[in-house]
Design a protein around this ligand. Structure first.
Ligand SMILES: Nc1nc2c([nH]c(=O)n2[C@@H]2O[C@H](COP(=O)(O)OP(=O)(O)OP(=O)(O)O)[C@@H](O)[C@H]2O)c(=O)[nH]1
Length: 137
């Protein structure tokens, strides 16, 4: 009998003025072409919170502060079992948030447009939460 390894994942849900930092998964990665928040596997000695902040900096170049874990999901994909820790984050430096185009392919997307994008299955309830919380008015 073979038990599948479960991966602890830290994800940065970076919000600023009701917009979120969103990228597209690499063509060679599992779930290629799906939209995603910055994130990845936690190092063995790292908390999910630390991982979310580190992955965000590595993947987008943006320094963020983690505020709170807004969602936790366990999901079995074909490629892996994952424990997803979604951390709500905010940019450390806000002055150039919308003018700095150097986000390594990530973009700021208004909350009201999140439902138009295709995210991995495990993001479903998080997206609903974000739209309900940030897309009103
Ligand atoms: N980054 C990110 N991963 C997500 C999201 N939603 C979601 O289900 N995942 C899943 O979480 C896992 C993240 O792992 P990854 O493979 O991107 O992480 P990594 O870059 O550290 O892995 P690698 O070093 O093996 O390439 C994938 O299985 C991915 O499908 C999301 O919004 N953002």
């Amino acid at each position: 009998m073979s038990a599948r390894k479960s991966n602890r994942i830290g994800i940065a849900v970076v919000e600023y003025q009701r917009q979120f930092l969103i990228g597209v998964r690499d063509a060679h990665a599992p779930l290629a072409g799906f939209h995603e928040f910055p994130g990845g596997k936690c190092e063995p000695d790292e908390s999910a919170e630390q991982c979310a902040v580190r992955e965000c900096l590595e993947e987008t170049g943006l320094k963020v502060t983690a505020l709170q874990e807004i969602r936790y999901e366990e999901h079995a994909y074909d490629h892996a079992d994952v424990q997803l820790h979604f951390w709500l984050c905010q940019p450390v430096e806000t002055q150039t948030v919308f003018t700095d185009q150097n986000l390594k392919g990530f973009h700021w997307i208004p909350a009201k447009h999140l439902l138009d994008l295709r995210f991995p299955e495990a993001n479903k309830s998080l997206i609903e939460l974000l739209v309900n919380t940030y897309a009103s008015e």
